[in-house]
Design a protein around this ligand. Structure first.
Ligand SMILES: [Zn+2]
Length: 556
């Protein structure tokens, strides 16, 4: 049972006026920290990393006051803080039997209420929404995903976005952001809102309001400050695994690969316990399975609190060489999201790169990007875990501006590579590389999906991208694609090894027998005729004839 919430002030550089609580040594310095050269924000970030490295449960930080909120579970951790030179202001944590908190918590959705909400949505909008069970938890609760689409439940060659909430049990406002998106999109589609209809007709929107229903149940019935799932580790103590330290990319990387610190804990009772192995948890497996099936273009993970937006890589040191290879585009969409949120109610969300709550490893966002090519964001909403319900709903309304921006941006500068077999036209799972970027931070190869042969990229507008496409058994191709401010569909046809364009008769040579066949192939789509498709546009036309002549006669 946590003892109390502590607010620590970064007294090292704070003015020593108006201090409350315990006095501390104000002249203490820490490795890598020099008091005279940092601004408050950077200092706060520095301390968050320092505290996490020492296994403190960081609840959030308040930028303007340069304070960090911690949940302390025993006197030893308090003593350690004081000894380290922090000024500590204690606040009693609410307990489950306090009527005021119970009143507030009960307004927020528990697992049953989330399920009932999703069922009601599907009942009301059966042609727009489909509900699936993506996994079942240790305690037997289903984890639900709701797909919003004009053809829900049907695979389509469309970009998909994921909105998820409540990896962490106590962050009770986060499911409501996702449920707000569900209500907004389904109701407005039904009402004929042209912008929403355009999105829902051309995108797929996947919503997982509650990744961690077991933890949520525990928060609502017993322990409001519980963070992890309910895996039976540290039983009798702070049980469970931190789901957002359990994803496979750099799982448990430690200091060697996570240069700002350890990034997660191997102690089962820690609030950031990473689990016994990568993706050991049923909830993590459910999210991974969904991501691998849907290949999201954008994924947003809602957390609280702090009012900021983070993105991977969560365990890098901020050195530009160690950032995501596609830093420019993720930076653009993070600031766009922050602007969208600010436009609703004038509340500013900061944007951090590298991740502000770091160092972190085994987080979902780094995995989404490195293993799936998904553009991921963590949005830390609000200023506390369990604010009064009206306060929480005001934050939900602000965040609407964020995901609305993202839906709009998905229709902006985008490169959609489609790979197919040149001769059969069948979609191909091929490796697609954009040579504009260097992927050298453990990213898996970006493969086009086998169903549609599609590989999608959000890109910076008004740049020419060079795509190199390769697959075993095929001749690689490299194509240039200029992208303005709307999606570009780039068809890449790969010829099987040994195949020669124009060689209809296949004898390894282009001769008059091939030439005589050409005229019969106009408008034909057989593999034999597609061998005349020199221009690689899936059509045999006079434009191809010129190439055939050149091939037959040789260069003049
Ligand atoms: Zn969280």
């Amino acid at each position: 049972m946590p003892k109390f919430l502590a607010t620590i002030c970064l007294a090292v550089w704070m003015p020593l006026t108006a201090q409350a609580g315990r006095a501390t040594r104000a002249d203490l310095t820490f490795p890598g920290y020099r008091a005279g050269e940092v601004m408050p924000k950077e200092a706060a970030l520095h301390w968050v990393g320092w505290l996490r490295d020492r296994d403190f449960d960081v609840a959030g930080f308040v930028r303007d006051q340069a304070t960090v909120e911690l949940i302390l579970r025993d006197d030893d951790s308090l003593d350690a803080l004081v000894h380290a030179g922090f000024r500590v202001i204690e606040r009693e944590l609410p307990t489950a039997d306090q009527p005021s908190l119970r009143g507030s918590l009960s307004d927020y959705a528990n697992p049953t209420e989330v399920r009932d909400f999703l069922l009601a949505t599907v009942a009301e909008h059966p042609t727009l929404a489909a509900m699936t069970v993506i996994g079942t938890t240790h305690e037997g609760r289903d984890i639900y995903a709701l797909e919003i689409s004009n053809n829900p439940g049907v695979p389509e060659d469309e970009p998909a976005i994921l909105l998820n909430g409540l990896h962490h049990a106590r962050e009770v406002v986060t499911p409501h952001v996702v449920m707000d998106a569900i209500t907004y999109l389904t109701d407005r589609y039904s009402a004929g809102d042209p912008q929403v209809m355009n999105w829902v007709d051309h995108f797929k929107v996947f919503c997982v309001p509650m990744v961690n229903p077991d933890g949520s149940n525990y928060v609502h019935t017993a322990e409001p400050n519980h963070r992890k799932n309910m895996a039976p580790v540290c039983t009798g103590g702070n049980l469970g695994v931190d789901l957002n330290r359990n994803y496979p990319y750099h799982w448990g990387a430690g200091v060697a690969n996570c240069e700002r610190g350890t990034g997660s804990s191997g102690n089962t009772c820690s609030d950031t316990y990473r689990g016994g192995s990568a993706a050991s948890e049923l909830e993590t497996q459910a999210m991974i399975g969904l991501a691998q099936q849907e290949r999201f273009l954008v994924a947003v993970s809602y957390h609280s609190a702090g009012r900021f937006i983070d993105y991977p890589y969560a365990c890098n040191d901020g050195n530009p060489d160690n950032r995501m290879p596609e830093h420019a585009i993720i930076d653009e969409i993070m600031h766009g999201t922050a602007d969208g949120i600010a436009a609703v109610g004038g509340v500013t969300y900061d944007v951090y790169s590298p991740i502000a709550i770091g160092p972190v490893n085994g987080d979902d966002t780094s995995w989404y990007y490195a293993h799936n090519g998904t553009y991921p964001l963590i949005i830390e909403i609000g200023t506390s875990f369990q604010p009064p319900f009206a306060t929480g709903m005001a934050e939900v309304a602000r965040n609407r501006g964020g995901w609305l921006y993202l839906l709009g941006r998905m229709g902006g500068a985008r490169l959609d590579v489609r790979v197919a077999d040149h001769l059969t036209g069948e979609p191909l799972s091929a490796q697609v590389r954009l040579l504009n970027f260097t992927f050298d931070t453990g990213e898996l190869p970006r493969m086009s999906d086998p169903l549609f042969g599609r590989s999608r990229w959000l890109v910076t507008a008004n740049v020419t991208y060079t795509a190199e496409v390769s697959a075993p058994g095929y001749q690689s191709r490299t194509l240039a694609a200029p992208v303005a401010d709307e999606p570009v569909d780039l068809l890449v046809l790969l010829l099987p090894n040994g195949a020669v364009l124009g060689d209809f008769e296949p004898d390894g040579d282009i001769d008059m027998r091939d030439y005589y066949r050409f005229h019969a192939c106009f408008g034909e789509t057989t593999a034999a005729c597609r061998v005349f498709d020199f221009t690689a546009d899936e059509d045999v036309t006079l434009a191809d004839y010129a190439f055939l002549e050149d091939a037959l006669l040789g260069p003049e």
